[in-house]
Design a protein around this ligand. Sequence first.
Ligand code: SAH
Length: 272
Amino acid sequence: MISETRSNDSPPARGRISLVGLGPGSERQMTPEARQAILEAEVIVGYKTYLKLVAELIGGKEVVGSGMREELPRCALACRRAAEGARVALISSGDAGVYGMAGPAFELLLQSGLLTRVEVVVIPGITALLAAAARVGAPLTHDFCAISLSDLLTPWEVIEKRLRGAAMADFVTALYNPRSVRRQRQLDRAREIFLEHRAPTTPVAIVTAAYRPGESVLLTDLASLDRHPVGMQTTVIIGNTSTFSREGVMVTPRGYGNKYSLDAADLTEEKP
Ligand code: SAH
């Protein structure tokens, strides 16, 4: 006869890991769901700069912050704490699934067999390209793509192939990680590649620290892209062949060759 040993102890609580995107920086661009997940978490894991953005939400919690190059150990720690039963928020800026921690977290959970033991919730956030676009008008109204110029985890040949493909196929292109202290040449090379396929007058937006203190928004063109400051907190948006920039706004039409018209005179109620 098979006997079963039962214990009166309740089963250990199932841990949870929330992969939270904070949005570009200001609290107003953070979703209520992201805020809630941070408030409910017992353990907060993230890059130091992002933890500062949510400082007032995380008082009294276990906080694990670390520097830029320690992404994977930080991610592993978040998974481990969740597997032990804790409610963990692993935070990224923007959206956690766009050059963020969501991918590495799933990879680690799958590889370690822990995915079945923890509840995983992905909480979307406003990614940098949307924040940058909102600051300059409507540059993404037609097909667009995002390319990161960081060759830390991706071979430069692959990045260059994507730049060529995007330039050739006339995508509006948002460049993430365009320049850092260590990576100075990449943006110049991207500009050269785009100039092979697009006019020097193609509109370009350089948006730095969108929705953060010190925000700067600049409209220029492909020819002059190399004359402006670009850093770690910058997203560069390169227009397609029909994007235009006028009166301080950058706009990509919904279609090629479309003409919209609205006679301002129609807006007045009484015509003379
Ligand atoms: N997960 C983030 C991206 C992380 S990669 C997201 O979805 O937005 C880091 C890059 O994002 C930076 O180098 C920069 O290109 C861009 N970025 C992040 N925050 C930004 C902001 N507030 N303004 C402009 N660009 C930003």
